[in-house]
Ligand binder design. Structure first.
Ligand code: NAP
Length: 471
């Protein structure tokens, strides 16, 4: 019989209640972990799915580009887990601020950290901090309506952005380039906040250049996302044939790898494109390594050095330098995890060290602590990658239950304790009120939904629904 170890008694027994698991972070990895726990039959569980925001879905809400309507609809599927009787959504609770990790751990038998990688990687070059240089994470947070987005900084930059340079050739870089190049009509069906639609409609964007420091064979974007660039109604995608010339090793890689082959073939189909007057241009550039951002009081350009790529994929500068004009530079060179107070983070990788999802502290497994998603494996893969990842972690947790290595928590409900201390957790019914308010707000502009982007508006929707119920 699976059980929880009662360290005090030194015996293994079932404690006569469901296993209590807290999942910290209600993005895809957290929801998939909750799903894996809720759907198994071996161990009765009660899962608390915690998020520091009043809303669930993590990057499905605040990361997937708003014009990717089908991918964003994934939240309908993920909602099934929020609705599961063994799962309790608890939003608006920041571990380390509203409740320490230690306090949480006293109240649950196990914790799974799934809080992702919200920070941005740095370029480490001169001029990176100049006004007009933004991290893609900041731009994405802004256009998705994340409550922490810095509207003033992003909107000031967008309002001047005639020449945009996006650094990096991953899917996030393509998301940003595409959203900036889209026409207002194309963005209208999205759930972007209204002020984002207005700012993008008013922005003077004429040229968007997307920079790869290595060759086209090393780009990390996927072909489906690449091809979307040719379907933009108000923009023309351009690529210089010289940038698509492949070294012999890259030719070999292309023959062996379908992704590279499809990407390069797609881009070769664009070399004859000519920008029509009045169209925004989206130009893909390769072998262009950013050396520094140019400008005194704000960014005016990106100095790039031409590179060649060797057989190992390493780029070497040729000394051939040019400056690409830019009013806005978006640095899209990857995400990075941050430490949760009380949880050690490997500084080099920006991830939590683990063994099959079991958290390591000081080189040994820490019983009752687990990790899944980007904070476990780094910022890679698509949303679905997290499903397998979360299952692996939950498998380790259930094996530990079976082996009797978990210490049972106290009996009081931490949410009651938090409320008694003045906290305002947002539960499932509250989230439903937010959901309904966003749909109602969208309807006022003929849209399916408009994202509420301020924490205060989200909580006001909760209070209004509670007042209506009481009245
Ligand atoms: P990514 O795919 O790792 O791309 C990062 C890019 O930054 C690479 O092109 C990399 O080039 C470049 N880079 C890194 N350091 C650089 C430097 N110092 N100077 C210049 N360039 C530099 O990461 P991402 O685009 O942030 O995406 C994160 C994950 O989310 C990926 O798995 C992605 O597929 C996924 N995602 C998927 C979708 C979708 O499915 N539609 C949308 C968005 C994101 P090097 O290769 O040369 O290092």
């Amino acid at each position: 019989m699976p059980g929880v170890t009662d360290i005090n008694q030194g015996t293994i027994h079932t404690v006569g209640r469901p296993l209590r698991v807290a999942v910290v972070g209600a993005g895809p990895a957290g929801i998939y972990a909750a799903e894996a726990l809720a759907k198994q039959e071996d161990v009765p569980v009660a899962v608390d799915l915690i998020d520091r925001l009043p809303t669930p879905f993590g990057l499905v809400r605040h990361g997937i580009a708003p014009d990717h309507l089908k991918m964003r609809a994934l939240r309908e599927t993920l909602h099934g887990t929020l609705d599961h009787e063994r799962v309790r959504f608890v939003g608006n609770v920041e571990i380390g601020v509203d409740l320490t990790l230690e306090e949480l751990r006293r109240h649950v038998d196990a914790v799974i950290y799934t809080y992702g990688a919200a920070g941005d990687r740095k370029l480490g070059i001169e001029g990176e901090e100049l006004p007009g240089s933004l991290a893609a994470t900041d731009v994405v947070a802004w256009y998705c309506g994340h409550p922490d987005a810095d509207r003033v900084v992003v909107e000031e930059a967008i309002a001047r952005a005639r020449d945009v340079v996006v650094i990096g050739v991953g899917n996030v870089a393509l998301d940003v380039a595409r959203v900036l190049a889209r026409s207002p009509e194309e963005l209208q069906p999205t759930d972007m906040p209204q002020h984002v639609l207005d700012a993008l409609a008013a922005s003077p964007v004429e040229r968007v250049t997307v920079l790869g420091r290595r060759g086209p064979a090393q780009a990390t974007f996927t072909t489906k996302e690449l091809r979307e660039l040719e379907d933009l109604t108000g923009a023309t995608v351009l690529v210089d044939p010289a940038d698509l010339a492949l070294e012999p090793d890259a030719e070999e890689a292309m023959a062996a790898d379908r992704l590279i082959s499809r990407n390069v073939t797609t881009m070769r189909g664009w070399v004859d494109h000519v920008a029509e007057p009045g169209q925004v241009t989206v130009r893909l550039r390769f072998h262009a390594r950013p050396a520094r951002l140019v400008g005194s009081d704000r960014v005016t350009g990106v100095e790039v050095e031409r590179t060649t790529v060797d057989a190992t994929g390493k780029a070497t500068g040729t000394g051939d330098v040019e400056v690409i004009p830019a009013d806005l530079v978006v640095r899209s060179v990857g995400y990075r995890g941050h430490p949760l107070p009380g949880l050690p983070l490997d500084d080099r990788s920006g991830t939590v060290q683990h063994q099959d999802g079991r958290v390591m502290r000081d080189g040994t497994v820490s019983p009752g602590e687990y990790v899944a998603g980007w904070i476990k494996r780094g910022p890679t893969g698509v949303v679905g990658t997290n499903k397998h990842d979360a299952r692996e972690t939950v498998g380790s947790l259930l094996a530990d239950v079976d082996a009797g290595v978990l210490k049972p928590a106290g009996d009081e409900d931490w949410v009651d304790t938090l409320v008694a201390a003045g906290g305002h957790p947002v539960l499932l019914a509250d989230w439903r009120a937010i959901d309904a308010a966003e749909i109602a707000l969208g309807a006022t502009h003929g849209r399916a939904r408009t994202t509420l982007h301020e924490r205060e508006s989200l909580l006001a929707a909760v209070r209004a629904a509670a007042a209506a119920t009481e009245g």
